[in-house]
Write a protein that binds this ligand. Structure first.
Ligand code: PEP
Ligand code: MN
Length: 359
């Protein structure tokens, strides 16, 4: 069977957007049950409860998860509050334990999706399962690797599949912990329109403030749901404290979401998607311009220390030349690119002037 042919009826069981919420990590029975109870008390539509049992951490000696004991707490959450449950599995032992504990949804984390050996091991351990398996994007923006992971699962007769976009890792620090890339999501969606896509705004943002905007943008481009880290006491969380929110804040976020027309042909849906892509590019432009200006400041300091004039006509000529050439290659007008670079260069000179005269 081909990925394009699989039926994804599993998501139809849930109203959309389908929300998964719960702590980054299971820490104690009390923390799990309190988080679950408070989510229920808000009456927000959250059918699935998440918690990390085994935690892949960047550095050693951090909290690496409570291990199998946490699976009992997930069971209790299911029994007492009627949630379906979800956790991350990263090797065959995790799979065996999670299946034994009857966890409903298993996901493969970003740090596992990058490794075909790991994905293959997980897929074989899951062979033939009717559980839903969600695959987070790999840490690097590689669509083929992401799709490859789904194919490995399908190869083991695992047919209830979905994907989660949790952003891509970058060396350069940006306002995101992991940069979202809507274009990759759209490319995925146009190739596999039936495979549900969820957004993980928590690991994209790395903070609490951006969660609502990212979730909304994802719905605008046709995502069907979100997985949001929610903790009874976020400030005291043992992992990812900065990005977790309380059940009450989660409920507010869900209440404010606008569900867009999801039909690909729908005007609003189409407009929303294009606008989100444009905003995304605008943010990147601004980020790049800001990086450029910071380098200009450094150059300004060097010029000051070495008594060199700010305006170097030779350099300006080089910049205009490469900008115009690149613009022509990409089909843009020479006039337009000259205008833009003039403005950038003027601002850069202004910034350097500020340094010369200690503004
Ligand atoms: C998580 O969901 O807690 C997690 C570890 O995420 P990721 O695999 O996206 O890093
Ligand atoms: Mn986390």
């Amino acid at each position: 069977m081909n990925l394009k042919d699989i039926k994804n009826d599993w998501i139809k069981e849930f109203s959309q957007p389908m929300m998964i919420a719960g702590p980054c990590s299971a820490e104690s029975e009390a923390q799990m049950l309190e988080t679950a109870r408070r989510i229920r008390e808000t009456h927000a539509n959250v059918p699935i409860f998440r918690a990390g049992i085994w935690k892949p951490r960047t550095k050693p000696n951090g909290f690496e998860g409570v291990g199998v004991i946490g699976l009992n707490w997930l069971k209790k959450v299911k029994e007492e509050y009627g949630f379906k449950t979800a956790t991350e599995v990263a090797n065959a032992h995790h799979v065996d334990a999670a299946l034994e504990a009857d966890v409903d949804i298993l996901w493969i984390g970003a740090r596992s999706t990058v490794n075909p050996f790991t994905v293959q091991e997980i897929a074989e351990a899951l062979k033939g399962t009717s559980k839903t398996v969600l695959v987070k994007n790999p840490v690097n923006p590689d669509l083929a690797l992401w799709i490859g992971a789904l194919e490995r699962l399908l190869g083991q007769n695992i047919n209830n599949l979905g994907v989660i976009h949790r952003g891509f890792s970058t060396y350069q620090k940006t306002k995101y912990r992991n940069n979202p890339n809507w274009q990759i999501a759209l490319d995925f969606k146009s190739e596999f329109p039936d495979i549900p896509m969820l957004i993980d705004p928590s690991h994209i943002c790395g903070n609490r403030t951006g969660l609502a905007a990212i979730t909304q943008e994802a719905l605008n481009v046709g995502y069907q749901g979100a997985i949001i880290e929610t903790h009874s006491n976020p400030d005291e969380a043992w992992s990812d404290a900065a990005q977790q929110i309380t059940p009450e804040v989660l409920a507010e976020l869900i209440l404010n979401l606008k569900v867009r027309n999801s039909g690909l042909a729908g005007f609003e849906g189409e407009m929303g998607r294009h606008r989100t892509l444009i905003s995304d590019i605008d943010f990147q432009l601004i980020e790049l311009l800001s990086q450029r200006m910071k380098i200009s400041e450094k150059i300004g300091t060097l010029k000051k220390e070495n008594d060199i004039a700010i305006f170097q006509p030779e350099r300006w000529r080089t910049i205009t030349e490469y900008a115009v050439q690149k613009a022509t290659e990409t089909g843009m007008s020479r006039d337009f690119i000259e205008k833009i670079f003039k403005a950038i260069h003027e601002e850069s000179i202004d910034v350097q002037n500020g340094i010369m005269i200690n503004r």
